[in-house]
Structures are given as structure tokens and as C-alpha cells.
Design a protein around this ligand. Structure first.
Ligand code: PAP
Length: 307
């Protein structure tokens, strides 16, 4: 990948710029880890990668994947943040403050290793395809995704910083200049991969998972090849342990202390968890603008979603 000093830059918020690589705008502090992950990550065929655009359900899916694969240690979710149970590929594994023992701890080819990433399929597709690993991708409607990100960033804000204004956030989202964006290309990259190879790439939306969690968790269990798809009691238990109400009530997830690599406390990953929460914040005009973009990007490509 390119030399970081030569990348195109745009202003984002809080005095931070974003840099662009192959059409995607990234936080400069994330770029070395992303470049290393793209160059060095060699998944095992048994690996499971949770991929997502930020704020689309990563924490929820992390807890569900952990609970399904480690059903016998379900209670680990009481004492550990889901983010500590599944390492973040471009940060925990390949980032500058990575825990160097993560890979060696889990290097046996038999073990099911799990990682999460926000890296687009456009960057990692070949790595996934050549390894045969399984990928789970979660997405969320664009307005709730932006709304969630806007709240998250304003919580990240230091006292002396100006807030990230909502109008500015809408403008930048529509121009595709927020961290990890463009959102639409991110989603479509994984969606196409899933249509091409549904046995290897599982694609789910936050809304369908909310609407009928048990059914979709069963689908996920089947995709992961776990034996208890029809054990309703186990499915119920997994769904309950990973529900927003239960997870957000654990002390570890109420924690105000920040993660080592990012100035955000554990509790910032739990806010409202509602479908349609954007309606409380976004203006009619902003909603219409994003909907028009969604029609153009998703609906025209045959993906009737997001409005
Ligand atoms: P990340 O990509 O930075 O890790 P991510 O977990 O995808 O963040 O997004 C957080 C959103 O998921 C929050 O949405 P909100 O701002 O609209 O409230 C958070 O509340 C929601 N969330 C976290 N855990 C759960 C859960 N167990 N069930 C449903 N939603 C959840």
C-alpha cells in the first residue's frame, strides 16, 4: 500500500484529518495497522472474521459469536467486554500498541480463532478468499449508523473541542468523508461477496437481528457449523446473554475507563440500541438527503434496504 505521507487528505472534525486509500477515508492513526493487516494477515481456514462498518452492531455480534463458539464459557461475558474477547484485527493484532502474544496464543490450526475488523472487503477480499475462512458481516441502516457515530464521536470529544455538529456530520457522511467511509461501498463490498459465496460470507442487518433475534442466531449457528442449532434452550440463553439489556448491565460494560488504544470508555459502546433512533435527531431534510443517496447507491444496485 501507499506511503502514508503522500495520501490525499481531507479535514474531518476536532482538528483531525482523514487520509484516503483506494477510495476509503481512514483515520491516520489506524492506517499502519490496516496496512500491516492487509499485507500480513494469513487467516486459517477455521478462522471467523466479524467485519462491519463502525457503529452497525459490532459489539452485539462480537458477543453473539463469542457465545456461540464458546457456549461452555458463556459467563465470560459477565466479566469481560465483548471487545476484550474478540481481538480487533487492525488494532489489537496489527496496530502499534498490539498485544504481540495474540497470534502465538491462538496459533493452533485446530482452534477457532475470531477477529473483528472494519477494513473494507475491497482490501481484504483476496486474503479471505485464499484462506477459506468464514466472514460474518453486520450492517445497519445508514441513518441509524450515522446517528450512532455522531453520538459516539461527541462522547469522544475532549472538553476544549468543539462538538461534531450534526449538519456537518450529515454533509460528511453524504460526501463519504467520515472514518471508514464511504459507508455504501463498504456495505456493498461485503454484500457482493456474500451473494457470490454465501457459504463463506454471512450477511446480516442489525434490523433483522433485532426483529427476530432467535431465528437469525439459529442461522448464524448453522453457518458456523455448531451442533446446537435446534436446541432452543441454548439459543434462548445465548440471545439473552448478548441482549443489550443484559450486556449493558454488567459492571465491566459500565466502565468509564478508556481502552488503551482509543480514548473511549467501555460504556460508550452501549447507548440506545434502537431501530429508528435517528428520527429523534435528524431533520426531515437530512433524512431526505440520505434516503436519496441510499436509493442511488443501494436500491439501484438491487439492494432494497436502508430507508
Ligand atoms: P463499534 O463498531 O465502534 O464497535 P458498534 O458496537 O457497532 O460500535 O455500535 C454501537 C451500537 O450498537 C450502539 O448503537 P446506538 O448508538 O444506536 O445505541 C449500541 O447501543 C449498539 N449495541 C451495543 N450492544 C448491543 C446489543 N447487545 N444489542 C443491540 N445493540 C447493541
Amino acid at each position: 500500500m501507499e506511503n502514508q505521507n503522500l495520501l490525499p487528505e481531507e479535514k474531518w472534525w476536532g482538528g483531525q484529518n482523514l487520509q484516503q486509500i483506494n477510495g476509503f477515508w481512514l483515520l491516520p492513526m489506524m492506517i499502519p495497522g490496516i496496512q500491516r493487516a492487509v499485507a500480513e494477515f494469513k487467516p486459517h481456514p477455521n478462522d471467523i472474521i466479524l467485519a462491519s462498518f463502525p457503529k452497525t452492531g459490532t459489539t452485539w455480534l462480537k458477543s453473539l459469536l463469542y457465545a456461540i463458539i464458546n457456549y461452555s464459557s458463556l459467563d465470560s461475558l459477565v466479566k469481560n467486554s465483548p471487545h476484550d474477547l474478540i481481538p480487533f484485527l487492525e488494532v489489537d493484532v496489527y496496530g502499534e500498541s498490539s498485544k504481540s502474544n495474540i497470534m502465538s496464543d491462538t496459533n493452533s490450526c485446530d482452534a477457532t480463532r475470531m477477529f473483528n475488523t472494519h477494513i473494507p472487503y475491497q482490501f481484504l477480499g483476496e486474503t479471505f478468499e485464499s484462506s477459506g475462512c468464514r466472514v460474518v458481516y453486520v450492517t445497519r441502516n445508514p441513518k441509524d449508523t450515522l446517528n450512532s457515530l455522531w453520538h459516539f464521536v461527541n462522547k469522544w470529544k475532549m472538553d476544549e473541542q468543539a462538538p461534531w455538529e450534526l449538519e456537518e456530520a450529515v454533509e460528511q457522511f453524504c460526501r463519504g468523508v467520515i472514518p471508514g467511509a464511504p459507508y455504501y461501498e463498504h456495505v456493498l463490498g461485503y454484500r457482493m461477496a456474500s451473494l457470490k459465496n454465501p457459504g463463506k460470507v454471512f450477511f446480516i442487518t442489525y434490523e433483522e437481528l433485532k426483529n427476530d433475534t432467535n431465528t437469525h442466531v439459529k442461522r448464524l449457528i448453522e453457518f458456523l457449523g455448531c451442533p446446537f442449532r435446534d436446541d432452543d434452550k441454548k439459543v434462548e440463553e445465548i440471545v439473552k446473554s448478548c441482549s443489550f439489556e443484559i450486556l449493558s448491565s454488567h459492571e465491566v460494560n459500565k466502565f468509564e475507563e478508556c481502552r488503551p488504544w482509543f480514548p473511549m470508555p467501555n460504556n460508550s459502546f452501549f447507548r440506545q440500541a434502537e431501530v429508528g433512533d435517528h428520527k429523534r435527531y435528524l431533520s426531515e431534510e437530512a433524512i431526505e438527503r440520505i434516503d436519496a443517496l441510499t436509493r442511488e447507491k443501494f436500491h439501484k444496485s438491487g439492494f432494497i434496504y436502508g430507508i
